[in-house]
Design a protein around this ligand. Structure first.
Ligand code: PLP
Length: 395
């Protein structure tokens, strides 16, 4: 009989010549289990999605309750669906008061698309500034603001009037002018290999955007919901974006994204022309109840509280002659090595020892450390020991 692995390679579109190929039977909390029952500690969280762990009971309970009411009813923005209403209300309650209007979509890249359109529409300008090594998604608009030519070259022409600056470089802020509609930036750069800017830079960025009437879009699709040690990463800097992008951990394991702005800004989407952004499934009821339950878990179980200490424990343990640097903030971290070959070999050795680890789109020489925030001290010690053992095997 043909195996699922063979069928996967045959019938499911492939995006890489060397997919991971782990066949997961089920997942719970910190762990993935393969068909033989072998447990793998998840240090990737489905790429910063499973912040509260896999299949949290409160999320499952909320999903089950919604299944007995309704699934999809109609396109976004028509019927009053309480899952979406209550989720928006909760999100607004934990955000600064300027961010008081939520547009739910299905994914991160759609949040990027919606935000870019909103910025052009609100400002009446076309200029967009992004950063080198940025990642905001894979659809055409989001690809246009990706800071890596390798991934873009075969898809041109892309959006016009897009320029790039270097993340964290103050001199480049002068590129922002009165013809710039928006700056789109990850508050903490993820796929660049976890890059953190200084508070001074972020304050100057905010000031320059305000002075030129440019909307500041902060992409926290990867960094939000406690991953950096604050509920939202912009809280580290005492600044507030004009538009905030969320997805990934937003749905507690279900697909949902959002762009969030001030009611006055978002208001331009509703007339002349109407339907400024359209989605059939955006804010799906099942995803919305899952997202609300997940946010409640983060708050009630105080999952953000210990993130800094957990990150520091990783740092103190991950010491090895092959490690050039352990970079990051909270549990959004990476281990800098010298080559992709090392990264690939360490990942394989870790998987054999029951630890899932990965690398980055724009930084293949670093290993990603982004576990669910529920990881315990014991698990951090165990995971670090497995990584060090793999590095030893390379030495
Ligand atoms: N923005 C950032 C910072 C991301 O890390 C990602 C995905 O990795 C996206 C946007 C795109 O999100 P999605 O894959 O849900 O479209």
């Amino acid at each position: 009989m043909i195996s699922h692995k063979e069928l996967f390679l045959l019938n499911n579109a492939q995006t890489s010549t060397s997919p991971n190929m782990l066949e997961v039977e089920r997942a719970a909390g910190m762990y993935l289990y393969d068909k033989s029952g072998k447990a793998y500690m998840d240090l990737v969280s489905g790429f910063a999605v499973s912040n509260i762990g896999h299949r949290h009971p409160k999320v499952l309970e909320a999903i089950r309750a919604q299944l007995d009411k309704y699934l999809h009813l109609t396109v976004y923005g028509e019927f009053v669906q309480s899952p979406m209403v209550l989720f928006a209300q909760k999100l607004i309650s934990v955000l600064p008061e300027q961010l008081n209007n939520v547009y739910f979509v299905n994914s991160g890249t759609e949040a990027t698309e919606g935000a870019l359109k909103l910025a052009k529409r609100y400002t009446g300008r076309s200029g967009i500034i992004s950063c080198h090594h940025a990642y905001h998604g894979s659809t055409h608009g989001a690809l246009s603001v990706m800071g890596n030519e390798y991934f873009k070259q075969k898809y041109r022409p892309l959006l016009p009037d897009v320029s790039f600056m270097t993340f964290g470089k103050e001199d480049d802020l002068s590129l922002i002018s009165t013809s710039t509609a928006c700056v789109i930036m990850e508050t903490v750069q993820g796929e660049a290999g976890i890059r953190v800017a200084s508070a001074e830079y972020m304050e100057k960025l905010r000031a320059r955007c305000t002075a030129t009437g440019t909307l500041l879009i902060l992409d926290e699709i990867q960094a939000a919901f406690g991953r950096t040690g604050k509920l939202f990463a912009f809280e580290h800097y005492g600044i507030v974006p004009d538009i905030l992008l969320l997805a990934k951990a937003l749905g507690g394991g279900m697909p949902i994204g959002a762009f969030i702005a001030n009611r006055e800004v978002m208001g331009v989407l509703k007339e002349n022309p109407i339907l400024g952004h359209i989605t059939t499934f955006g804010g799906h009821p099942v995803s919305s109840v899952a997202g609300l339950a997940s946010l409640n878990v983060i708050l009630e179980e105080e999952l953000v509280k210990d993130v800094d200490a957990k990150g520091s424990l990783f740092r103190s343990l991950l010491v090895h002659p092959l490690i050039r640097e352990v970079r990051g903030i909270g549990l959004m971290m990476c281990i800098q090595l010298d080559s992709f070959e090392q990264v690939e070999r360490v990942s394989k050795l870790c998987a054999a020892d029951g630890v899932v680890i990965d690398w980055f789109l724009h930084c293949e020489t670093a290993l990603r450390i982004a576990p669910p925030l529920i990881i315990t001290e014991e698990e951090i010690k165990k995971a670090s020991a497995v990584i060090l053992k793999a590095l030893d095997a390379l030495s």
